[in-house]
Ligand binder design. Structure first.
Ligand SMILES: [Zn+2]
Length: 351
């Protein structure tokens, strides 16, 4: 089956979604946005105890339940303490590349509900002051968050509501270009969220039914490895829609393409289910715009679900991104191809 995808809807949804704060474990804002977005389409969102959001869509065949997921969480930081000058000492939430966030603005989500703007800085922050500014390794111990406020000691920061355990989201810094490229933080995994939302919209508008009862899942702990560590017991397969990679060992992958992940840092995905995704790509995707990958410093919620002893088959696919966990770069082509593959899987092609 060939699928017509509207790249403008995907771009608009990605932009909207990426602007909603959702660093690992901080779900209030993204859940509110997702619930409203789904309600406008005519869907009801449910949430389990570990804050994974779901939409259930009845299938043509109810003999099994399959799950396709895109994680809502993005990499972020958590406040662990204060330096004497009132800047914040932080720990990473997910695989932060500190060099890539230097100078970026951020929002500190305080436990009392207040939000304070900040900026990620090197402790030796100015080239005109320290020679080490140019040579320091960028790590958790050489970098801090400086609040954008009149703060000169820990008590000043605490007076704004900041405490140990406040969670920090990095500004998405979204830019789109007329030629279809998008540069933004958190394309991982907001582009996949957009693709699944558009698939849900398409199902509702056309009245098409998935092949099997299908749970669309939106976890909030993927970046630290346990987003899908629990899935409802009726789920027999979990397919993660997440970024794929560009570089040496990723032949044929670029920002226009979707990748099917055959194996990752945790090992291989399910043989049959991965072959189903490959067959879906052959049927639904543009020739030359899909590939298979072995992802090294990488894993997804699907293999996470499997490793955490759920009795299910795992597989994964998604749009290729450059500069991952930095200001990521993708092209709308890759998100379109990703949605084609998602629709084909949901509709039961390739089996
Ligand atoms: Zn991801």
């Amino acid at each position: 089956m060939s699928y017509e995808i509207d790249p403008q809807y995907l771009l608009d949804t990605l932009h909207e979604c990426v602007e909603v704060e959702s660093p690992v474990g901080y779900y209030p804002e993204i859940h509110a946005w997702l619930r409203e977005t789904l309600a406008e389409m005519g869907y009801e969102m449910t949430v389990d105890n570990k804050a994974t959001a779901y939409v259930r869509v009845p299938g043509r065949d109810s003999s099994k339940t399959v799950c396709i997921g895109a994680h809502l969480d993005t990499i972020g930081l958590v406040v662990r303490g204060f330096n004497d000058d009132g800047t914040l000492r932080v720990r990473q939430l997910g695989g932060i590349n500190y060099a890539s966030i230097e100078g970026e603005t951020c929002l500190v989500h305080c436990r009392d509900g207040r939000t304070v703007a900040g900026q990620v800085i090197c402790n030796h922050h100015s080239v005109h002051v320290w020679a080490e500014t140019k040579t320091d390794a960028r790590t958790e111990d050489t970098m801090s968050v400086s609040l954008i406020a009149d703060v000169s000691c820990p008590d000043d920061a605490r007076a704004l509501g900041v405490t140990e355990g406040a969670i920090i989201g990095i500004d998405p810094h979204f830019e789109s270009f007329d030629n279809g490229y998008v540069v933004s933080r958190h394309i991982d995994d907001k582009a996949a969220v957009a693709a699944l939302l558009d698939t849900l919209r398409w199902l509702k508008e056309t009245g098409e039914a998935p092949a099997y009862d299908t749970l669309f899942a939106f976890p909030i702990y993927e970046e630290i490895g346990h987003g899908a560590s629990w899935v409802p017991s009726e789920v027999s397969e979990y397919v993660a829609c997440d970024i794929t990679l560009i570089g040496p060992d990723y032949a044929g992958s670029d920002e226009h393409s979707v990748g099917v992940i055959c194996s990752d840092a945790k090992g291989p995905y399910d043989w049959d289910l991965t072959n189903t995704l490959i067959a879906c790509a052959e049927k639904a995707c543009t020739e030359g715009r899909w590939n298979t990958q072995v992802c090294f410093h990488y894993s997804t919620d699907a293999n996470g679900a499997y490793v955490h002893t759920n009795d299910l088959r795992a597989a994964a696919f998604g749009m290729a991104c450059l500069n991952t966990h930095g200001r990521e770069r993708c092209h709308m082509d890759a998100i379109v191809e990703t949605e084609k593959l998602a629709r084909a899987y949901v509709m039961g092609e390739g089996r």
